[in-house]
Design a protein around this ligand. Structure first.
Ligand code: GTP
Ligand code: MG
Length: 197
């Protein structure tokens, strides 16, 4: 898919104030620092459309971007940021959960997982909650440039095995790097195929 335009629309704390349109929407979620905002920049080929940081807890709002005047990309805050106080973690959790459950335009949620780590309880619980809630989602492994090919394959197979302990059918899985663009075309083609359905 060719990205001819990508623009910031609005930031919100409240799902009811998100853009009132019928455009299909694709959102990015995952632990703080997993690379959600970076992947949005990579997909759109824009250096700083979404704000990124080496410190976790950068994105704290629901951020809408309009792509090709046809669909929205949404950058969400991360979950599980240990250094945030419990009050802030609870507030962010409610914001994320209400966005995911109430936003009718949400067409697919991309759940980002750092390919370097073993499956973490917080991600597995989140994925199970999505499945139980009937939310359409895909898994996106990030930071693939940080591992050798064989270690990458090993980690991803192990992750799939872990998911298969609970789910008979795996969701679509993508392997990406915002540093070298790996997986960019596949993700954009996937979005394109859903948009055309
Ligand atoms: P929060 O908004 O805090 O939840 O984080 P985020 O998930 O949006 O992460 P962000 O995109 O801000 O990236 C966090 C850090 O990881 C930054 O220092 C990025 O440069 C780095 N990073 C993100 N993606 C990649 C990647 O594919 N490869 C490498 N090597 N670094 C990455
Ligand atoms: Mg971010």
């Amino acid at each position: 898919m060719n990205i001819s335009s990508a623009d910031f629309v609005i930031s919100n704390v409240d799902v009811s104030k998100c853009p009132d349109t019928k455009l299909p929407e694709y959102a990015f979620i995952g632990r703080s620092n997993v690379g959600k905002s970076s992947l949005i920049n990579t997909l759109t080929n824009r250096k700083s459309l979404a704000m990124t940081s080496s410190k976790p807890g950068k994105t704290l709002l629901i951020n809408h971007f309009i792509i090709n005047s046809e669909w929205h990309l949404v950058d969400l805050p991360g979950y599980g940021f240990a250094q945030a106080g419990k009050g802030q973690r609870d507030k962010l959790r409610k914001m994320i959960e209400s966005y995911i459950l109430l936003r009718q335009q949400l067409t697919n949620l991309f759940v980002l997982i750092d390919c370097r780590h073993e499956a973490q309880q917080i991600d597995l619980e989140f994925i199970n909650w999505l499945g139980e809630s009937g939310v359409p989602f895909s898994i996106v492994f990030t930071k693939a440039d940080k591992l050798s090919g064989s270690k990458l394959n090993e980690n991803i197979s192990a992750y799939k095995t872990k998911l298969q302990e609970v789910w008979d059918e795996l969701p679509p899985v993508f392997i990406t790097s915002s540093s070298n663009g790996k997986g960019r075309e596949e993700l954009l083609d996937y979005i394109d195929s859903i948009n055309k359905d």
